[in-house]
Ligand binder design. Structure first.
Ligand code: HEC
Ligand code: HEC
Length: 246
């Protein structure tokens, strides 16, 4: 385990100061340029299966200590609920997904910009056991309670996309992978219910444009590429507004 560079702590403080506002996050010199062009390929489905089969049993109590020591709480909140519109909540997320994502950040497989670089700095030098412990801890925290439901009823077309997909566009139902209540799946499919809507929009647009490229089998990139901007906004509002349940 390695201590965090002070620059990361300073960046966290700056970002936290901007929490809740639309102030753009500061870029560390050179970071965006190097990472926008980095091309570390996603794990293949077979590699992901191997990584998950080899995932150490997580020790949540040890994970809780690491969560404090590695400053995870300063960005993701003491209870895993993000204090900022810029960052995702990690509370109640499936351990397999959290573990996979932490491996991805370590190996630079998720490299959409300066935010991913902050995450890489937070986990570099941690062992697989450390990552599994962190994942076990965050999985235990209560899922985020849904924010205010989106204004007006969810458009029927969005419900249809979630439940049935759209055969004309080869869009598989979101619920078939992310669960009927947005609670996620056991094989690396994340829970979406109650997630920060600004993060959901950003990450769907990143898949859409291909800057987020850590999805095995390119599934999320292919689905997101076929969504319109309005659908991205509506799907984010829909999932952010779902109450926590598995
Ligand atoms: C300086 C702020 C910061 C620190 C410290 C930090 N994170 Fe993050 N984390 C982020 C940001 C920003 C993202 C979203 C990155 C992106 O959009 O690429 C993120 C993403 C994640 C994700 C992916 C979530 C998802 O839904 O895909 C996980 C898991 C995560 N962090 C866990 C952790 C853990 C565990 C620690 C401590 C070891 C930690 N983070 C430390 C800012 C931080
Ligand atoms: C075939 C299964 C599958 C389908 C269908 C699917 N997803 Fe996903 N989704 C995944 C997987 C697996 C991941 C994690 C990929 C990774 O590791 O980056 C993911 C990731 C995501 C993320 C990122 C979550 C985070 O915390 O960073 C969002 C948002 C998302 N999906 C939304 C959707 C929406 C909306 C739909 C329907 C239009 C959908 N997904 C359809 C499997 C699927």
């Amino acid at each position: 385990m390695k201590l965090l560079p002070m620059s990361l702590v300073a960046a966290a403080a700056l970002l936290l100061a901007a929490a809740g506002t639309l102030v753009p996050t500061p870029t560390r010199a050179g970071e965006a340029a190097t990472h926008a062009t980095a091309t570390v390929a996603a794990l293949t489905p077979a590699e992901l299966r191997r990584e998950l089969a080899a995932m150490p049993a997580g020790d949540a109590a040890r994970g809780e200590r690491l969560y404090g020591q590695q400053f995870c709480a300063s960005c993701h909140g003491a209870q895993g609920l993000t204090p900022s519109i810029h960052w995702p909540s990690v509370a109640g997320q499936r351990a397999a997904y959290t573990y996979k994502l932490l491996l991805d950040y370590q190996a630079d497989r998720r490299h959409e910009g300066e935010r991913a670089a902050l995450m890489r700095d937070a986990v570099v030098g941690l062992s697989n056991q450390d990552l599994a412990d962190l994942a076990a801890y965050t999985a235990r925290l209560p899922r985020p309670v849904a924010g205010a439901p989106p204004a007006g009823a969810t458009p029927a077309a969005i419900e249809t996309l979630v439940r049935s997909g759209d055969r004309k566009r080869l869009l598989t139902a979101c619920a078939s992978c992310h669960g009927a209540r947005g609670g996620g799946g056991t094989n690396g499919q994340p829970a979406l219910a109650g997630q920060n809507p600004a993060y959901l929009v950003r990450t769907l647009l990143d898949y859409h444009g291909g800057t987020r490229a850590n999805d095995p089998a390119r599934g999320m990139r292919a689905f997101a590429a076929r969504l319109t901007r309005d659908e991205v906004d509506a799907l984010a509002a829909y999932y952010a507004g779902l109450p926590p349940r598995r």
